[in-house]
Design a protein around this ligand. Structure first.
Ligand code: ADP
Ligand code: MG
Length: 724
């Protein structure tokens, strides 16, 4: 079958595809969290004392005593067996952006050969996958490959169904045998604890007498593309790298803006409903969904939850999205830039911190005192982004996100903070005013009164900012769509902990010296804004002027590629930040750098190799076949004395030659492996391999709009984006 026949067959099949109906599912109240071993399930099946101990563990993270663990394990097993479960798995979150699991049976045989089920507290608490093949940077030598998974009781266990069975999934941490974190969960829990300590200290200094445990919360908006599986499966690039390495732009793209918030195509709607039902069963509060800017692009946003659970749910959601899409004949693309020239996909991480006694500390309150707390926490975030912006950039760095950041439809790679007009004016006053004047004239309160009736109108927001205040939270918009939210949350919690401590130190000194609270807060915030206010920016983050001014006038760092951003993890200031806050030891941090750097060079290596191969084995042959037929036509025509114009032949021949030269050059460049350091290797990927790939692509894309359609082997952009 020729490439074109295959494509047309696919279009035919897709057009005739019916939405896949799913089993009748009951109303939300009946399906909500039915597959979750939640606190309310436990309340039903545990003794009063066991439940109390368990609840305490969930709330404070205090370890569970072995006897209670046995009771919980037995109850969990019975609950799971009742749902048809035969296997269990500790699911963990290694340094890749995906999850890992090893399945074990509940089944054991006794001495007379009968099968019985067994699940003790110690099995629940600790698993032992042979972790040697998980990336660990320099932390584990293969002769000490043992890694442990340990149950994280603060994230509920749940049941995952497949067509032929069900598995009990136990959210877990993953540590090396020497006790170092090999995952994304441990530092997230530690960063939350560091933030809690610092926040409690500051709030106590502010005169709060009752301060409950503080928790970061996270609500992540997830963008993704759906492409019909017929197309996706005939694109080796989508299968292997998650993005199209070649593809001429569709004559109609997203310029009409007719997709954004438009009617959702029925097949997609059916997919979404199925997928959301699955999420509801798993206790994941999917709340909104809509079309995104690009054709074929969509968004789903769950309601926010505590950061640790939200991070686990986010990973689970990505898994469920992919498998459900498959069942509906789609491929779900979570890649940051599947299609060149079309909007990429991000994941907006909405983040705030709060507790039951003070509420959300990033929500301006109704009393002057609440607003002082709000200004201090907000100021702490401003300082954090100013000092640790490069860290925020580093934790979202990947080969895929490099295509997005800094391009003209995505957040810039320079981290700045958008506050909105009203709040920016308040902080400006704080920065320029004399603190004691401010306090005496009651300007502080005045400014706060202005920010009370906050407009939370999304239309009001600056979409060009990578880090925006949105009324009661910050929205980190530069995060990539396939990124785990853990890295960003760890960085935000940790920078906040550091800033809150910085503020608390100063406040302590001022209060000890007898300065009034209002004066002290005013002067600390003034100092903070003088030192760090340059990170606040309300203008157009896409503009060239900002890229210049941010760097030249404000001293902010522009880290355009992963090769620029990742080495930040090795900078002394960052090493000290994580060590001081107890979030990551220097060894743990270094191992992360090693793993992420390796992932970057590996991804680009795969892309480069595949691009050269596709050029040689798919694009070039198509061009040659077309050329040969053109040639035959020209000769046939000349036999009867007609001279056919040969411009097309000339263009195709030239582009095909150039394509082959570029493919060979890329191949040679990909074979280079002697680098003095991984930093050097990353630079090579960014500065040599990527530009060579771009050059190769230009020739392939030129051929696509020159070679007759019937010869073209790859599904085209206009097909993948518009045929559903
Ligand atoms: P928009 O597209 O306007 O940014 P969405 O409603 O799509 O808004 O998404 C907003 C996200 O922010 C949701 O996931 C929501 O639950 C989350 N969110 C709201 N309040 C908070 C908060 N205090 N902390 C963290 N996330 C929040
Ligand atoms: Mg948003």
């Amino acid at each position: 079958m020729s490439g074109n026949e295959q494509r047309h067959l696919a279009i035919n099949e897709i057009t005739n595809r019916k939405p896949v109906p799913t089993d009748e599912i009951g109303p939300l109240s009946q399906i909500w969290a039915t597959d979750v071993f939640s606190l309310s399930t436990m309340e039903e099946c545990l003794s009063k004392n066991a439940f109390k101990a368990m609840k305490q563990t969930v709330k404070t993270g205090a370890p569970l005593d072995p006897a209670t663990a046995d009771i919980v394990a037995a109850a969990m097993k019975d609950w799971a067996l009742g749902k048809g479960v035969k296997f269990f798995s500790h699911i963990f979150y290694p340094l890749t952006n995906i999850t890992a699991e090893k399945h074990d049976g509940f089944i054991v045989t006794n001495s007379d050969g009968h099968a019985i089920t067994e699940f003790t507290g110690s099995v629940l608490i600790k698993g032992e996958p042979d972790g040697s093949s998980f990336p660990n940077g320099s932390l584990r030598m293969t002769n000490e490959a043992r890694g442990y998974t340990a149950w994280d009781p603060s994230s509920p266990a749940y049941v995952m169904h497949t067509a032929n069975g069900a598995t009990l999934m136990i959210p877990s941490v993953f540590v090396s045998w020497t006790g170092e974190s090999l995952d994304k969960k441990i530092p997230l829990l530690r960063s939350n604890a560091a933030m809690d300590r610092a926040a409690k200290r500051l709030l106590t200094l502010m005169g709060e007498t009752e301060v409950d445990t503080l928790n970061a919360s996270c609500g992540a908006e997830q963008e993704y593309f759906l492409v019909d599986a017929h197309f996706a499966n005939s694109r080796p690039d989508l299968l292997l790298t998650g993005r199209t390495l070649f593809g001429a732009p569709s004559p109609k793209g997203q310029e009409f803006d007719d997709h954004y918030f438009g009617a959702i195509p029925e097949r997609v709607q059916v997919f979404m409903q199925d997928f959301e039902d699955k999420l509801f069963r798993l206790g994941i509060p999917a709340k909104t969904h809509h079309n995104e800017v690009a054709p074929g692009q969509f968004e789903v946003a769950p309601y926010f939850e505590g950061a640790n659970v939200a991070a686990d749910h986010q990973q689970l959601m990505m898994t469920v999205m992919k498998s459900t899409a498959k069942a509906h004949g789609f491929m779900c693309l979570l890649h940051e830039k599947p299609f060149a020239g079309v909007n990429g996909s991000g994941k907006h991480v909405n983040w705030s911190v709060g507790n039951s006694t003070q509420g959300n500390l990033l929500d301006p309150g109704s009393s002057p005192h609440e607003n002082l707390n709000f200004l201090l926490f907000c100021g702490a975030v401003i300082r954090g982004v100013h000092l640790y912006g490069p860290l925020l950039r580093a934790v979202i760095a990947s080969a895929a996100n490099d295509h997005r950041l800094g391009a003209n439809e995505a957040p810039p790679a320079i981290l700045s903070v958008y506050l909105g007009d009203q709040l920016e004016a308040v902080f400006d006053d704080i920065r320029t005013g004399n603190p004691s004047d401010l306090a005496e004239a009651g300007v502080m309160e005045l400014g706060l009164a202005q920010i009370l009736p906050f407009t939370r109108d999304p239309g009001d927001r600056n979409r060009t900012s990578p880090f925006a205040f949105t009324g009661n939270r910050f929205e980190f918009r530069a995060v990539g769509s396939s990124n785990s939210v853990s890295g960003p949350l760890i960085a935000m919690n940790t920078m906040l902990a550091d800033s809150l401590d910085w503020i608390a130190d100063r406040l302590q000194t001022e209060l000890d010296a007898g300065v009034s609270q209002l004066h002290a807060v005013a002067s600390i915030l003034k100092e903070l804004m003088e030192l760090h206010g340059d990170v606040v920016f309300g203008g157009d983050g896409y503009s060239e002027e900002w890229h210049r001014a941010a760097v030249e006038e404000r001293g902010l760092r522009n880290l355009p590629t992963t090769a620029d951003a990742l080495p930040v993890l090795k900078e002394q200031m960052i090493v000290e930040l994580f060590e001081r806050t107890g979030v990551l030891s220097p060894a743990e941090l270094e191992s992360r750098f090693d793993v992420y750097a390796e992932q970057y060079v590996l991804s680009i290596g795969v892309e480069a190799t595949l691009a050269a191969e596709m050029a040689k084995t798919m694009v070039y042959p198509a061009a040659m076949a077309y050329l040969s037929d053109l040639g035959a036509t020209v000769s046939a025509a000349s036999l009867v004395g007609i001279e056919v114009e040969t411009l097309a032949m000339k263009v195709v021949a030239e582009e095909a030659n150039a394509l082959m030269v570029a493919a060979r050059e890329l191949e040679t460049a990909t074979a280079v492996h002697d680098f003095a350091s991984v930093e050097e290797h990353m630079r090579y990927c960014a500065d040599t391999l990527r530009p060579l790939m771009d050059r190769l692509r230009a020739h392939a894309d030129a051929l696509e709009i020159e070679v007759a359609d019937s010869y073209w082997p790859l599904p085209k952009y206009r097909e993948m984006l518009f045929v559903r």
